[in-house]
Design a protein around this ligand. Structure first.
Ligand code: GUN
Ligand code: FE
Length: 429
């Protein structure tokens, strides 16, 4: 039997990218509704009209709650859950001191399962319904996250992190085993339920040219898969890449030369880009992923959101947990606002919200998530715009939905997430 439910509340819907069309790109429905039928959005609009059109539907009234698409985190490292907020290091020392020892623990599949479940529960508590995550070198770390996602019904993107140099023995594969393990995992998981496999060379410094080439070959054999990696995050890292790849024109060229530049490529950070790199990324339609809490926490730099968006780049937003200092896409939007301010531009709340939902979904080449539209998957959140006394006294005097939302973006945390729905089902029992 078809189950249909009408969720009543305020809505924000995007008609276009607000970076290109301004806040006219968004529509606020004060008294709105979405109809959920068998895990998908069947209808959306004003509450009165939807009640009339669907008199048979059960009604759930969220009052003044704001219904939004579930947040989409376009770049994270779930194995870094237990070492987030580790003190005092820049990128390379941070990897060697904190990250690699923790990732080594994932040789134990039961540890991977424990952290995968903990991580996805944290995401749901923070209103995130889809993540694109790195795993570790261990194939069981990939099984763990996809199994935990299937239990929760979540659309998750993930891949085995490949490294065959400049990492401890416990975390090194080789060109052939990276290819073979990735291929086996891809065959097992890609397109199974809501799972998508992502080919994942960690970054050029931890792969030999042979490994990058092997993964480039795998990508060419599976062009419907996404490929994720890191690009031009920190100046010391860029200098290191120059030394390791003396023939390369620039950092991006180390990927381009090995078949790892394409429209399905997700390039995390992308802060210190050369003009050629910017041009090539745009020409091929690759996605850049902005990780603002990570870029401030690790001291990497200020992403050029305005310039890259104006040039027509595809851009998503992400926590980069645990280089990023939060699991929350609200906190991540706040950091994106602060980073843009430091570059002289105040991002509108509509732009921040678009990045955390539709922008990240588009970076992942998805149009069935990140939007409230008929036919989309019913992954959505209900926000409380007065979740703490400090926020409530600000939103109480707001004259527009943007003024009401902005204090929650800047000061909100998991208390602002009243409920997270995955395929129409509430994640809290
Ligand atoms: N570059 C290579 N690996 C990582 C990682 O785990 N986190 C961040 N922030 N940057 C990286
Ligand atoms: Fe990262």
């Amino acid at each position: 039997a078809m189950t249909s439910k009408l969720h009543l509340g305020q809505l924000i819907r995007f008609r276009a990218n607000p970076f290109h069309e301004g806040d006219e790109a968004a529509e606020h429905v004060t008294s709105g509704a979405i109809l959920v039928v068998d895990g998908k959005i069947g209808d959306i609009g004003g509450a009165d009209a939807l009640r009339k059109r669907h008199p048979e539907a059960k009604v759930e009234d969220h009052g003044n709650g704001l219904i939004l698409p579930g947040f989409v985190d376009a770049h994270a490292h779930y194995p870094q859950t237990a070492m987030i907020a580790s003190w005092g290091k820049r990128l390379i020392d941070w990897l060697n001191t904190y990250t690699f020892p923790e990732e080594s623990r994932f040789s134990d599949p039961s540890y991977a399962q424990k952290i995968a479940g903990r991580y996805l529960d944290l995401l749901l508590a923070h209103g995130t319904t889809t993540v694109c995550t790195y795993c570790t070198i261990h194939p069981a770390s990939v099984d763990a996250i996809f199994e935990a996602a299937a239990v929760r019904g979540m659309r998750v993107f993930a891949g085995k992190t490949c490294m065959d140099r400049n990492a401890p023995d416990t975390l090194r594969d080789n060109a052939q085993s990276a290819y073979d393990d990735s291929k086996a995992l891809l065959d097992r998981w890609h397109g199974r339920g809501r799972a998508s496999y992502v080919i994942t060379p960690r970054f050029s410094p931890t792969s030999t040219p042979e490994q990058l080439a092997a993964l480039g070959t795998l990508w060419a054999e599976h062009p419907d898969c996404l490929m994720q990696t890191h690009l031009s995050e920190q100046t010391e890292e860029i200098a290191w890449v120059k030394g390791l790849y003396p023939e390369a024109r620039d950092y991006l060229d180390t990927y381009e030369e090995h078949g790892l530049l394409g429209a399905g490529g997700l390039y995390g950070h992308a802060i210190h880009l050369e003009p050629r790199e910017r041009d090539r990324l745009r020409e091929v339609g690759a996605a850049l992923v902005h990780c603002p809490t990570s870029n401030t926490f690790i001291g990497s730099g200020l992403f050029d959101m305005d310039g890259l968006m104006a040039d027509g780049h595809r851009i998503g937003l992400a926590t980069d947990t645990g280089g990023g200092s939060s699991f929350s896409m609200l906190r991540t939007m706040a950091a994106a606002y602060e980073v843009a301010q430091l570059r002289g531009r105040a991002l509108h709340p509509a732009e921040l919200l678009w990045l955390a939902t539709e922008g990240s979904a588009r970076a992942l080449r998805q149009d069935s998530i990140g939007r409230l539209e008929p036919g989309a998957e019913a992954d959505f959140v209900v926000l409380d715009l007065a979740s703490t006394p400090a926020i409530a006294q600000r939103s109480a005097v707001a004259e527009t939905v943007w003024e009401a939302l902005f204090p929650t973006i800047m000061m909100g945390d998991d208390r602002a997430i009243r409920e997270t729905y995955v395929m129409g089902k509430p994640s809290k029992p």
